[in-house]
Design a protein around this ligand. Structure first.
Ligand SMILES: C[S@@+](CC[C@H](N)C(=O)[O-])C[C@H]1O[C@@H](n2cnc3c(N)ncnc32)[C@H](O)[C@@H]1O
Length: 226
């Protein structure tokens, strides 16, 4: 698929009404590792413009839920998704969940977050691994035992260090470069399956009883502020 790859996946996404060609990366990971099932609750970090959320929303169905976070507004509307416009580096996610009546833990925490590239390779790689560490910390707070974690990383010397960080926390770790990744891209995905939650971890706090059900919080055209 090297020849005219960009056009192929771009056009395919457009034809299938997906917000971005990134959909095919998640679809490939899901088809290979059987990650997303009906009824699941998914935390989507770096969700804009929304193709992973579109795919996940369809897979989890009416009884599932998707919470997407991004610096950018997300313009699509999905019946079982809530989008929050915020910087993950500063966001109090527990507070957001409580405010919107979304109770952790999540079945899947996935991060397609990517830094704005500067063109300086080392800076971009360092920022990418920082976002991965943040995603992993978030998973450790909100992922359920045996849940799955997906993370995109710009490949660098930091790769082995990050994989070593993930290793004791998951039963299986897959590394892959999806077919739809652009040839020139240095991105690589790590998929941690079957999270091993620390035995001593207290169950995450349930949202306030008075909070509205997440299913009653559809997104209408624009992203909510945090
Ligand atoms: C490749 S795009 C994600 C595409 C998305 N998965 C989709 O399918 O439409 C990467 C996203 O990461 C977001 N991002 C980068 N740093 C972030 C941060 N600190 N907090 C939240 N989002 C961030 C960017 O705004 C960008 O929209």
């Amino acid at each position: 698929m090297a020849y005219n790859q960009r056009d192929y996946f771009f056009k395919k996404a457009k034809a299938e009404n997906y917000a971005a060609r990134s959909i095919f990366k998640l679809e490939e990971m899901d088809q290979r590792f059987k990650l997303i099932r009906p009824g699941m609750k998914i935390l989507d970090l770096g969700a804009a413009p929304g193709s992973w959320a579109q795919y996940s929303s369809k897979q989890v169905g009416k009884t599932g839920r998707v919470l997407g976070i991004d610096l950018q507004p997300i313009k699509i509307t999905l019946p079982n998704a809530l989008f929050i416009m915020a910087d993950m580096r500063q966001l109090d996610l527990a507070r957001v969940m409580e405010k919107h009546g979304i109770a952790p833990p999540f079945d899947i925490v996935m991060s397609d977050m990517a830094p704005k590239t500067t063109g300086i390779k080392l800076t971009d790689q360092m920022r990418s691994v920082e976002l991965c560490e943040l995603a992993l910390e978030t998973a450790e707070k909100f992922l359920k035992h045996n849940g799955h974690f997906i993370c995109k990383l710009f490949h660098s010397e930091e790769f082995e260090r990050f994989r070593a960080l993930m290793k004791p926390k998951f039963k299986i770790i897959h590394i892959l470069r999806p077919e739809s990744t652009r040839k020139e891209s240095k991105e690589i995905f790590l998929v941690g399956m079957n999270y091993i939650a620390p035995k001593s971890a207290a169950a995450p706090a349930a949202p306030a009883a008075s909070a509205p059900a997440a299913s009653a919080t559809p997104v209408s055209g624009k992203s909510d502020p945090a």
